[in-house]
Design a binder for this molecule. Structure first.
Ligand SMILES: Cc1cc2nc3c(=O)[nH]c(=O)nc-3n(C[C@H](O)[C@H](O)[C@H](O)COP(=O)(O)O)c2cc1C
Length: 301
């Protein structure tokens, strides 16, 4: 038995859990979060408990007293990463195209996630603060399950199949130049994952690009934790002389940037926008009818 001084910091890693995708809908908009601390705690009545922190998910539940529990299946590790990696204060996770497929709940006004091992619609019976989290207990008023889907297992920071195989991260590897790597490392402010917002803005079939690390890429800006991606992007565009209406999320690109031995994980939320106004003379930006060939730009588009 190992007794390390930092054992208490690591205790949680040695549990193995399933992961609930907790869906809500309220003043803070439709939302989904990942909660490994999701479990059923009573047969009759059928009660489900989730342990969550103070975030848009909790605010919606406190307001509406309902929530959806969608137990992620083995092929939904990517969805769990997105639901757990972004807050509803940052982006509308459910609006990212090609990610969450949802259906309407029967008994409550909450979107439910398709493709899960289990879906239950819950009405709150108890809310109680527990240490640094809040326990929300709900009665399952409707449920459905898919016998063909196995629940995803989470332990020691990895997702596993019940067959014990570790699931690869699913990130695309994109090779970049050393100059680009040092640019993006700086942009990431030494965080493990660079999280950025990027814009596809077009004018007369030409796309706006900005030179970053010596190459033309989409105009982009790193976004700090908890900040609104759309606002951050609008401010950045403004700073390079562009006024655009950033309308919707076009997609998410999760990749590992590589240059020699250096690696950086990067997540880009790509927004599309319509141009309202621009200043012609800003250095470092240009409009392209045919975007130049570089691997990063290709991966972002
Ligand atoms: C695998 C995984 C499990 C998580 N489990 C929990 C959990 O049980 N409770 C919790 O409060 N946060 C948990 N989180 C973190 C939340 O999902 C994360 O803070 C999310 O951004 C909250 O969403 P919201 O701010 O939109 O409500 C987990 C994250 C991951 C990736």
């Amino acid at each position: 038995m190992l007794m390390m001084p930092d054992i208490m910091d690591n205790v949680h890693r040695y549990f193995a859990t399933t992961v609930g995708l907790i869906t809500t809908n309220g003043r803070h908009g439709p939302n989904v979060m990942a909660a490994e601390w999701t479990m059923h705690i009573s047969y009759e009545p059928m009660l489900v408990a989730v342990f969550i922190h103070d975030s848009p998910t909790y605010w919606n539940i406190e307001e509406t007293r309902v929530f959806g529990v969608n137990i992620a299946s083995e092929d939904q590790a990517e969805l769990v990463n997105i639901a757990g990696g972004y807050s509803g204060t940052e982006i509308n996770k459910l609006a990212i195209p090609g990610t969450f497929a949802t259906y309407r709940a029967k008994q409550i006004d909450v979107p439910m996630v398709k493709g899960c091992a289990l879906n239950t619609e819950c009405k709150v019976t108890t809310i109680q603060k527990m240490g640094d989290h809040i326990m929300v207990v709900g009665e399952a008023v409707s449920a459905r399950f898919d016998d063909k889907k196995f629940p995803l297992i989470y332990t020691r920071g990895n997702y596993r199949k019940l067959s014990k195989n570790k699931i690869p991260s699913g990130r695309k590897v994109v090779r970049i130049t050393p100059e680009q790597m040092s640019h993006f490392k700086k942009m990431s402010s030494n965080q493990f994952v660079l999280k950025a917002a990027a814009a596809v803005v077009k004018k007369n079939n030409k796309i706006l690009l900005q030179k970053s690390g010596g190459h033309w890429v989409l105009p982009m800006v790193p976004v700090s934790r908890g900040a609104d991606y759309k606002n951050a992007l609008n401010q950045h565009l403004h700073s390079i002389g562009i006024a655009a209406s950033i309308a919707r999320i076009k997609g998410i690109r999760r990749m590992t940037l590589k240059s020699g031995k250096a690696e950086l994980r990067a997540n880009f939320i790509i927004f599309s926008g319509t141009l309202n106004l621009f200043r012609e003379d800003y250095e470092g930006t240009a409009w392209f009818a045919r975007p130049p060939k570089n691997t990063l730009l290709k991966s972002l588009l």
